[in-house]
Design a protein around this ligand. Sequence first.
Ligand SMILES: *[C@@H]1O[C@H](CO)[C@@H](O)[C@H](O)[C@H]1NC(C)=O
Ligand SMILES: *[C@@H]1O[C@H](CO)[C@@H](O)[C@H](O)[C@H]1NC(C)=O
Ligand SMILES: *[C@@H]1O[C@H](CO)[C@@H](O)[C@H](O)[C@H]1NC(C)=O
Length: 329
Amino acid sequence: MSTTPIKIVGASALAAALAVAVSRPRTVGRLVRCLVARAAGASAYAPLPPPQKVKVAVCQLNVTADKAQNLQTAKKAIQDAAAQGAKLVVLPEMWNCPYSNDSFPTYAEDIEGANSISVDMLSAAAAETGVTLIAGSIPERCGGRLYNTCCVFSSRGELLAKHRKVHLFDIDIPGKITFKESLTLSPGPGPTVVDTEAGRLGIGICYDIRFPELAQLYAARGCQVLVYPGAFNMTTGPVHWELLARARAVDNQIFVITCSPARNPSSSYQAWGHSTVVGPFAEILATTDHDPTIIYADMDYSQLAERRANMPLVQQKRYDLYALLDKTL
Ligand SMILES: *[C@@H]1O[C@H](CO)[C@@H](O)[C@H](O)[C@H]1NC(C)=O
Ligand SMILES: *[C@@H]1O[C@H](CO)[C@@H](O)[C@H](O)[C@H]1NC(C)=O
Ligand SMILES: *[C@@H]1O[C@H](CO)[C@@H](O)[C@H](O)[C@H]1NC(C)=O
């Protein structure tokens, strides 16, 4: 096992379980079930029950080609958000790296290794400010592959979970645009549900928001909030970004947070911005335009029960006609 202070809680539990299996073979059956649960994103972290209200800060950062500057910008935003009383802080997709396939290999870090400067900064910032941190995403290098990965930190700076973007963005419109993430990145293994002091969160990255099945699965597993760091472009942003966030919210009667980088005129990729927090009635709780900023919202989790009682969609599903099948449990 690694001796670095930062460990994935699930991974260290897994290593401990393996050690048990070697010395006590009869526990192997239980171990296999445990491994399956871990692989499905179950968390070994047992937090206090979340408070009824959580103040969230969504940081729409100006991402540049200068990695050191991006780290400084993110750190300052986390500190500013905490100073405003936020308990949950969200960063955008690819906040340490320009959003271009050529940049991903250059800016990538080995998150589980000892030399990830982004993880070190994030862990220290979360611990120092006492916030739960959904750290957008960065390019991750692991076993010769690259992933688009979101790290989640506890208020003590522990790396609680890691979501690797499940649905890769591949488009090829002849004569117009080709962008194939899959040429550079590998897809993640599955959904990520993480229990934090700010509630039970389901994580998706950008294109993941277009797949309602993933959101339904998170809702079925008791998530209170869906968090999507993302960087929509200037074509799809205006028509789909807010619509998708509100659609996932209204379908599942759940809070939805989207967090985009700010639009940087000197960048080759022009992000739509418009980071947004949506409530379980699909109401916009906070939003913005494309400039660098931090937006805040108070999420009152008692509204989940209220909305679901007033309109009991879950009880009224016709599971004799269709089914939601979670293949990862
Ligand atoms: C964002 O970063 C670029 C450098 O990439 C800089 O030119 C620009 O002024 C920054 N925007 C703001 C609003 O700070
Ligand atoms: C980036 O994408 C372009 C166009 O799809 C491709 O030609 C290039 O090889 C890609 N670069 C990397 C590093 O994957
Ligand atoms: C944005 O992406 C869409 C596909 O999702 C593509 O059709 C469009 O051309 C892109 N727009 C820009 C400005 O790159």
